[in-house]
Ligand binder design. Structure first.
Ligand code: NI
Length: 258
């Protein structure tokens, strides 16, 4: 039987790659096994777009925030513009926020300041954070240790050792298409060791489509392939894993009802 009850904790349906068929695709998600999606903002504009999507579809929620790669030219006024929007009902997190030292287009100090500011905001609002940490584990964890936010390390790329520290900080681990890739050694090790109540499923769509769709446009229904792989690695049933991950998402993001 087809997998049901998928909760995608990390999507970017405001991306231009969905412009041609966004409405058709989103409307069909429930019949394709998807019952929840969190769309993450990366800029002020995309956070507003995420908010609009969450208002348009009952199964959609949103996170608002400024992504580390989007900080060029961002001013105080941009952060302040987002603040009143967090009070809206379907806003469930501050994100996507964090550090990205891979592309290195924004100075580390600027990224750290913006990340810290948004973590403090989340703590103030009692909201979890959705964290992007690319090649910046040391600085990311320094801030997480310092401020102890609730939240998820999305598309976790660290070692099993680092995952243990995340767990000890009370954080969740988000895994997606990368676990199905041929060279996926670390995410598979992490997937095998995680306690079942700390694992979240995600796409990061339109990116990170799982095998056999690698390189194509991703969407939440393809999480079924991620779940199959994770279930195999963990020796669990794929549907049970999807159900557990949905319960985890609803607990972390304080979403009520089933
Ligand atoms: Ni993302």
């Amino acid at each position: 039987m087809k997998i049901q009850g998928i909760f995608d904790t990390h999507a970017h349906y405001d991306d231009a790659q969905f412009d041609a068929d966004r409405e058709e695709l989103l409307s069909a998600l429930p019949e394709n096994g998807v019952c929840g999606v969190i769309n993450c903002g990366c800029t002020v504009a995309s956070s507003k777009a995420a908010l609009a999507l969450s208002a348009a579809y009952p199964f959609m929620y949103c996170a608002l925030g400024i992504h580390p790669e989007e900080l060029s030219g961002v001013t105080d006024a941009d952060f302040t513009a987002l603040e009143p929007l967090y009070a809206q009902k379907k806003v469930v997190a501050v994100g996507e926020i964090g550090l990205d030292y891979h592309w290195d287009t924004v100075p580390h100090a600027v990224q750290i300041a913006a990340f810290e500011r948004q973590i403090l905001l989340a703590n103030n609002l009692h909201l979890p954070v959705i964290i992007h940490d690319r090649e910046a584990h040391a600085d990311t964890f320094a801030l997480l240790r310092k401020h102890r936010p609730q939240g998820v390390l999305h598309c976790f790329s660290g070692s099993a050792e680092l995952a243990k520290e995340a767990l000890s900080l009370g954080l969740y681990i988000g895994l997606g298409g990368a676990v199905t890739f041929k060279n996926a050694r670390k995410p598979v090790e992490v997937a095998a060791m995680l306690p079942k109540d700390r694992l979240l499923l995600e796409t990061d769509c339109p990116y990170m489509a799982p095998v056999p769709f690698r390189g194509k446009r991703n969407d939440s229904s393809l999480i079924a392939f991620v779940a199959e792989k994770l279930a195999e690695v963990r020796g669990e049933d794929a549907q049970a894993l999807v159900d557990q991950c949905r319960a985890n998402a609803m607990r972390l993001f304080q979403i009520e009802g089933e």
